[in-house]
Design a protein around this ligand. Structure first.
Ligand SMILES: [Zn+2]
Length: 288
């Protein structure tokens, strides 16, 4: 009787060991999730990447109330966040759901100094006629109405330069003061190029705007999905039509000087979930 009692205790211990050992091994090999935010110093107009390592499944999250899209890449889930050019410095909440747990962090946005450009122009170039004023206002509204934030992903891999090897004329964020009156900051980058130079699609996308506007002249806007849009102004010729799908590297248009432009150049703008960000930051991102 005694012997069998000892044996049954041994058997129970053996069963316990068999049942729990896979869990112990599992717990030992699964590392806890890590959230890496880059760059460390973030200012208005910048783009941040939030990388989640060691997540067992899909990752979800929000930043300052906006939805984030985490895409799988190399055992990591990565989301990009655009910080609007006019975002006030401060701390803003990031919430990430990983393995069923909510993780909260604050992202600190610091002040960023952009250069000031003072221009003196003839009053006739600065003051618009009531008709042009009304037209420009209508066109502004038309552009503002094309940013749905929850579209499906179309882009893949890194974004490319639409005018490879060309120089920047007026950088992003420059604060313009014309005839001593502060104007809106430069919400894109001006790339200097000759009239007729091909403008390439920076990534796969769909054409959501083809228009001829007072300020921006012949204009194209591409939707790359997940709230990422790229816009191209002052074009001389447009090769695409509204609703058309384009591939990364396709020639969508040619450089020109249409609209309010003093010479041939491309004004390239980027919106990320409505935030105006520096296009050069977009092509610096490693998304593959
Ligand atoms: Zn510009």
């Amino acid at each position: 009787m005694k012997g069998s009692g000892v044996n049954s205790v041994k058997n129970i211990l053996l069963i316990i060991a068999l049942v729990f050992s896979p869990l112990l091994v599992h717990a030992a090999t699964v590392a806890s999730p890590r959230v890496i935010i880059q760059p460390e110093k973030i200012g208005p107009g910048d783009i941040i990447t939030v990388a989640v390592k060691n997540a067992a499944g899909p990752v979800e999250g929000t930043f300052n109330g906006k939805q984030l899209y985490f895409n799988p890449a190399n055992k990591t889930f990565k989301a990009v966040i655009g910080i609007d050019l006019n975002q006030e410095p401060g701390r803003y909440p990031l919430e990430v759901m990983i393995n069923g747990k909510k993780l909260r962090k604050n992202i600190r946005i610091v002040k960023k100094k952009y250069p000031v450009q003072r221009l003196t122009l003839p009053e006739g170039m600065v003051v618009l006629s009531p008709e042009n004023e009304a037209r420009a206002e209508q066109e502004q509204k038309k552009i503002a109405a094309i940013w749905p934030f929850d579209s499906l992903r179309i882009w893949s891999g890194n974004f490319i330069d639409p005018l490879p090897g060309k120089k920047v004329g007026t950088p992003f964020g420059v604060r313009r003061i014309i005839n001593n009156i502060p104007k809106n900051s430069h919400s894109g980058v001006d790339i200097t190029a000759d009239e007729g130079e091909p403008v390439l699609a920076p990534n796969d996308g769909v054409v959501v705007l083809v228009d001829d506007q007072f300020y921006s002249g012949h204009s194209v806007v591409l939707d790359h999905g997940q709230g990422i849009y790229t816009m191209f102004f002052h074009l001389s010729k447009i090769n695409v039509r509204h609703g058309q799908a384009v591939m990364k590297g396709d020639t969508i248009a040619l450089v020109g000087a249409t609209g309010r432009a003093t010479g041939a150049h491309l004004h390239w703008g980027v919106r990320m979930q409505g935030a105006k960000v520096d296009p050069l930051e977009l092509i610096r991102l490693k998304l593959e």
